[in-house]
Design a protein around this ligand. Structure first.
Ligand code: NDP
Length: 480
């Protein structure tokens, strides 16, 4: 059994309760983890609070040096952690390699920023008061990081790395279905010299462990990624303590393909954008609006790409798309597709569970392309969290922008065009936290990332994220 990491120690739940972690490709049990309760969570919070004075009081370059050792030790174990991630999450092994690498890179990024002096404040002269003003930036204390299952490691590091680098301590709660790689990473960071209590990982149900993190007054900040409905609950519950929250929530990202687009580039980018991680990405392209003159060419190219994708067990290096993560997730996609087809939609690729050896026990679903789907269908309104791509033909950019903005979500968005004026309109008018022009929808660590509307509140990534883990204080030095 994998154990929790509380105060630098491997710890079981006080009750002895455990939870099984299963492989989505085979249904087999990979391992089990402690099923913590609120009291276990309070022990982790207490450990983080006890570690805070020494960690926050350490010179930034020393914290950075410890964090860089953690990243190097993680890289030395990249293959081992990647295998664990594929076994519990289902994604292809080469994508797991990328994810572990990005985990280490995020730690290095924020270690580098704070070592380079990024934690400075501001000073201003106030001669009218015979005084000097300072704005100092201070770490908040204990941070709770609540993480989903689709990118368990990058979404862990996007909270933990900036929070620790600026001097906070962290209690992390991974999704119940993907705790294993996270626990191993915390163990590796302890081995590399991270002081006890600075990073704690507690495994257990969201409505118990997550709830304690949100409501416990010692936790000053919650970094949360997950569904919009859970995020709304987190925001409401955190209000009792006026607790700071960053919420990275669901999305229904539109892609617009203009009549002057490089159609080959659009098809290639959108195939990756939609089917990467079996479509289970917040930033996946979830709706396509293509203009009439290039619609046939685009639809033919994207259909071909969907049909050629090799679906299989993520541990097989030939697999390009693994199973979906849960049975419920697959049923959700099947229901959304049925609704689209019932309303007149035509399936051009996929549309069903693959058959044959190796597919019988996993939650596989074929990469699916559907056209002729009317506006009222669920796929245009809801988040489609799986390998299902609806395409709508539109007459011009006005119609495309209007439909793109008709969603309650506002996470990512993209446009394919050779005309800068059209790109400029998309940049100005698309109501989203990110707009890609002629590019694959991937979040860059260097730029701030976060959603508009129901897709979130606050930012991750970029140097800006550090401000979300710091409090500003104004100081007056009065003259005599
Ligand atoms: P959930 O909201 O179901 O779960 C996310 C995390 O919250 C899990 O750790 C879960 O624990 C925990 N949780 C559940 N209930 C509570 C509660 N009452 N209090 C505190 N924590 C709780 O999301 P999914 O795991 O299904 O993740 C998929 C979603 O995440 C999609 O909507 C996707 O778009 C979004 N997402 C957004 C991103 C962004 O940056 N905007 C990036 C990636 C994903 P447990 O597992 O134990 O239930």
């Amino acid at each position: 059994m994998a154990l929790m990491n509380i105060n630098g120690q491997p710890v079981a739940a006080a009750s002895g309760a455990t939870m099984e972690v299963r492989n989505p490709a085979t249904g087999e049990v990979v391992d089990s983890v402690p099923k913590a309760d609120a009291e276990d969570t309070r022990k982790a919070i207490a450990a983080a609070a006890a570690a805070f004075p020494a960690w926050s009081g350490m010179p930034a370059h020393k914290r950075a040096s410890i964090l860089n050792k953690c990243a190097a030790h993680v890289r030395d174990h990249l293959e081992e952690v990647a295998k664990l991630l594929t076994a519990e999450q289902g994604k292809p092994i080469r994508d797991s390699h990328i994810e572990v690498d990005r985990f280490a890179a995020a730690i290095e990024q924020y270690a580098g920023l704070v070592a380079g002096g990024a934690l400075h404040g501001e000073q201003m002269s106030l001669p009218q008061y015979k005084a000097m003003g300072l704005v100092v930036r201070r770490p908040m204390g204990v941070v709770g990081a609540i993480i989903p299952w689709n990118f368990p490691l990058t979404l862990f590091s996007s909270k933990m790395a900036p929070a620790l680098a600026v001097g906070n301590t962290v209690v992390a709660k991974p999704a119940s279905t993907t705790p294993l790689a996270t626990l191993r990473l915390a163990e590796l960071m302890t081995e590399a010299g991270l002081p006890a209590g600075v990073l704690n990982v507690v495994t257990g149900p969201g409505n118990v462990v997550g709830e304690e993190l949100i409501r416990n007054p010692v936790v000053r900040k919650i970094g949360f990624t997950g569904e919009t409905v859970t995020g709304k609950h987190v925001m409401a519950a955190a209000a009792d303590e006026i607790k700071r929250v960053t919420l990275e929530l669901g999305g229904s990202d539109p892609a617009i393909i203009c009549d002057d687009a490089d159609v080959e580039l659009a098809a290639k980018s959108i195939a990756i954008g939609r089917f990467f991680n079996a479509g289970q990405a917040c930033l996946a392209v979830k709706r396509v609006y293509v203009m009439e003159s290039v619609a046939d060419e685009f639809i033919e190219k994207i259909t071909g790409r969907a049909q050629r994708l090799k679906v299989g067990n993520g541990s097989d290096t030939a697999s390009q798309m693994g199973p979906m993560h849960t049975a419920g997730g697959r049923e959700g996609i099947e229901a959304q597709l049925k609704d689209a087809v019932d309303r007149g939609g035509k399936v051009l690729a996929g549309g069903k569970r693959p058959e044959g050896d190796g597919f019988d026990k996993g939650f596989y679903f074929e990469p699916t392309v559907v056209v002729n789907v009317p506006d009222e269908a669920r796929v245009w309104k809801e988040e489609t969290f799986g390998p299902l791509l609806p395409i709508m033909v539109v007459k011009d950019l006005n119609e495309a922008l209007q439909k793109a903005n008709s969603s309650e979500y506002g996470l990512g968005s993209s446009i394919f065009t050779r005309d800068f004026a059209k790109a400029q309109r998309a940049i100005d008018e698309l109501d989203a936290g990110y707009t890609w022009v002629n590019s694959i929808q991937v979040a860059y660590d260097e730029l701030p990332f976060g959603g508009a509307k129901h897709s979130g509140y606050g930012k991750e990534h970029g140097s800006e994220v550090m401000d979300y883990y710091l409090e500003e204080k104004s100081v007056i030095l009065a003259g005599v």
